[in-house]
Write a protein that binds this ligand. Structure first.
Ligand code: ATP
Ligand code: MG
Length: 258
């Protein structure tokens, strides 16, 4: 059974894509077949995984509008067990195009259904909004990872996200669970970082991952080389942090692992 995990937070630049790419790569490195689905028109997860966006109509956009099957579009990355359903800037129009479509929140769930069993984990990178693409991801997902940046206003907007998760649970996906809240870009030199960790732990309790991702320049360099951190610099703090996160999630999901 493939477990579907959405990485969501409508706030921009909190580490969603960095987490999606590196979590997928680290779970794959542990030899669990993983599919990364890029639902952001910016296609950062696609390029960050070393896959070029192409112009031949093979992207998640065509799958969502029903023009292609996911299996025609999925590509293997340079890491064994790690495949990706790439995005394309065309996806930017999908919210408008689907405005009158039936079951428009269910397009992601429908396109993943025939391929779900081929993977142990499916990780969905969401765009920075609570629009139709994020709703589709939350409707398709078994659980959601919420990255929170250790910065001013970290908690701002989270009640809106939690409210959206509850609405999706009520109307579309009763089984949706919070996989965990992930603290990102932690800076041990900053008192503020420690304060945010404390605040988030107070608010979310045991839902906060034990793993905290530190601010690490290697993590920000890796995407421009089209490499997940474990390829770009396997001994960096970023690589160690994301391997630890992958292990924590694998441990919490030992029942779904083959
Ligand atoms: N732990 C980290 N240390 C240093 N830089 C990081 C870290 N995590 C992310 N970054 C950098 O911060 C920026 C934002 O990260 P990322 O793209 O993952 O966020 P996002 O939530 O996906 O953004 P968006 O909302 O625009 O999709 C990127 O330049 C990324 O390389
Ligand atoms: Mg992103």
């Amino acid at each position: 059974m493939g477990k579907i995990i959405a990485i969501a937070n409508q706030k921009g630049g909190v580490g969603k894509t960095t987490t999606a790419v590196n979590l997928a790569a680290c779970i794959s490195a542990a030899e669990h077949s993983t599919l990364l689905v890029d639902t952001d028109p910016q296609a950062n997860a696609t390029s960050g995984s070393g896959i070029e966006t192409n112009e031949d109509g093979r992207s998640v956009y065509e799958c969502i509008i029903g023009a292609r099957d996911a299996s025609e579009v999925i590509v293997q990355t340079q890491i064994p067990y790690f495949s990706i359903l790439p995005s394309h800037i065309n996806l930017v129009g999908v919210e408008v195009e689907l405005v009158e479509a039936d079951n428009r929140e269910y397009k992601m769930k429908e396109l993943l259904a025939p391929i779900k069993e081929r993977y142990e984990f499916i990780i969905i990178d969401c765009p920075p909004s609570l629009g139709l693409l994020t709703l589709n991801a939350l409707t398709a997902a078994d659980s959601v990872v919420i990255p929170v940046q250790c910065e001013y206003y970290a908690l701002e907007g989270l009640s809106k996200l939690l409210n959206t998760i509850n609405i999706v649970k009520k109307h579309h996906n009763p089984g949706l669970d919070i996989e965990g809240v992930l603290l990102t870009m932690y800076d041990s030199h900053l008192r503020l970082s420690k304060l945010i960790v404390h605040e988030v732990q107070k608010y979310f309790g045991s839902k906060v991952f034990k793993t905290i991702v530190a601010r690490n320049v290697r993590l920000s360099e890796a995407p421009s080389f089209g490499q997940p951190i474990i390829l770009y610099d396997a001994v960096s703090t970023g690589a160690r942090n994301y391997m630890k996160l992958a292990n924590e999630i694998l441990k919490n999901n030992h029942k779904v692992i083959r």
